[in-house]
Design a protein around this ligand. Structure first.
Ligand code: HEM
Length: 447
């Protein structure tokens, strides 16, 4: 009896730690182990921590795993049935429909939009003068929100709307971004959760902007309307010739907008902070930019030549993966590494832990972009590195995200030097994404 009470107390303490910041809940030993069964209250959870295990859960036997309902519950009020959370036939149909929006043939055009939006931001920086300070997590979120809206909806958000969306998302993360005990215990969705009213207000703000974008999209949509993702949604007809349900159009817009900007924004923030902490890496980056660009701004054609810049992004995504964990639920009985996984069990893959695992990485805590340079990168175990996930649910915008972050990092560091406010604490906080808990106030000067 005493033992049960003690175990339950320990489980609750573990959950409380995880609720504040999941990263604190990973014990040191996890960074050495390959499969960890965790009993939390009455449920089993398996932490899968090896490339072979990841391959099995996300790729080989991926059909046996669905996204965990607890996690999906957190996103549903905002994303509805959009691509990020849907399952089965609906997901398959919507994924097939969305793929052309991120086809390689479109990337050159997207690069032009990215560069143009980047230039607008720099014009603002130049006007504010050398040495001004900005919280770059916010700056880059506003920038990438403008970019994704241009690319996917052909819509210019402008200062006011983009701020409203930003505030709504921050509010939403504050109310829904944590793992709720209620979700873990599998309590029904209608039970009020802490923060749900605040979350609803955030969704309303968000929806008001989506409605404006949609109205503009419908007005522009015709026989040969603009060729973008919104146009694809509006032009869609199912097997019976019916258009997409308006609610689903809204959900897909919300999903592509949210999945398509914040991740890129925080990647840039972490990369610039890491560069400041590693002057030797920053010097190599500058050398590459000077050599390849010779003082001009980068364009799409330069990106393949910027191998070191890209390696800085890859290494940033290793140490600070914006999507830091994948939670799945087994649909049927399974076995991983000789261990039985009963149907209904939860499986967690933490890219934070996997990317810092002592068995798969040499000097895992060290920021070393060289490991991603051509020649060295081939030695990395394929599924030890999954910043974009793997298998059927792999990130839809992987190539766009990599292009955008590499191009913007090159544009920024070519011209500017960013330095954190002295003494400012930097702590990674795991919410829906992995963000700096106290932001990144940085001083911006010309290089
Ligand atoms: C550095 C930038 C990015 C990172 C690190 C990232 C990461 C991820 C990850 C890890 C997943 C899989 C989640 C899971 O399996 O549970 C995902 C899914 C997704 N991402 Fe990205 N992403 C990035 C940029 C983008 C961009 C630019 C877009 C815009 C097109 C995008 C759209 C999506 C969508 C729609 C999904 C859901 C796909 C599905 O379930 O079929 N992402 N992303």
């Amino acid at each position: 009896m005493l033992k049960t009470i003690r175990n339950t107390w320990n489980d609750l303490r573990h959950l409380a730690r995880a609720r504040d910041n999941v990263l604190d809940a990973w014990p040191k030993s996890y960074y050495r182990r390959e499969l960890i069964p965790v009993r939390c209250l009455h449920k089993w959870m398996f932490v899968v921590n090896s490339p072979a295990g990841v391959q099995h859960v996300m790729v080989g036997n991926g059909k046996n795993y669905r996204k965990s309902p607890g996690n999906t519950q957190m996103l549903k009020p905002l994303l509805g049935n959009g691509l990020f959370v849907s399952e089965g036939e609906l997901w398959q149909r919507q994924r097939r429909m969305s793929n052309p929006a991120v086809h390689g043939s479109r990337l050159a055009g997207y690069a032009q939009l990215i560069a143009a939006e980047g230039e607008k931001m720099f014009a603002g920086w130049r006007a504010r003068g050398d040495g001004h300070e900005e919280d770059v997590t916010e700056t880059f979120t506003l920038l990438t929100a403008n970019i994704i809206s241009q690319i996917m909806f052909g819509f210019t958000l402008g200062e006011q709307r983009v701020r409203l969306l930003y505030e709504a998302f921050v509010e939403y993360q504050a109310s829904h971004g944590r793992m709720h005990l209620a979700e873990f215990l599998g309590l029904p969705a209608w039970l009020p959760r802490p923060g749900s009213r605040r979350g609803r207000r955030a969704v309303e703000k968000f929806d008001s902007v989506l409605a404006e974008i949609l109205a503009a999209g419908r007005a522009a949509h015709g026989g040969d309307g603009p060729d973008n993702f919104l146009h694809m949604l509006l032009a869609f007809r199912d097997d019976e010739g019916k258009p997409m349900d308006p609610g689903l159009v809204r959900d897909e817009m919300a999903s592509i907008f949210l999945a398509g900007h914040e991740t890129t924004a925080i990647t840039l923030g972490w990369a610039l902070w890491l560069l400041e902490k590693h002057p030797e890496v920053e010097a190599k980056l500058h050398a590459e930019l000077d050599q390849v660009l010779g003082g001009r701004a980068p364009a799409f054609e330069d990106v393949p030549k910027l191998a070191y810049t890209r390696a800085v992004i890859d290494e940033t995504l290793r140490l600070y993966p914006p999507v830091h964990a994948f939670t799945r639920q087994a649909l049927g009985d399974d076995e991983i590494g000789g261990r039985k996984i009963p149907a209904g069990s939860f499986v967690t893959i933490s890219s934070w832990v996997l990317h810092r695992h002592t068995l798969w990485w040499d000097e895992p805590e060290v920021f070393k972009p060289e490991r991603f340079l051509p020649g060295a990168a081939q030695k990395i175990e394929q599924r030890a590195y999954i910043p974009f996930g793997a298998g059927g649910r792999i990130c839809l915008g992987k190539h766009l995200g990599l292009l955008e972050s590499t191009l913007l990092l090159a544009m920024i560091t070519r011209e500017f030097r960013l330095r954190l406010r002295p003494g400012h604490p930097v702590e990674p906080l795991a919410r829906m994404t992995l963000r700096p808990r106290h932001g990144l106030p940085m001083r911006i000067t010309r290089r």
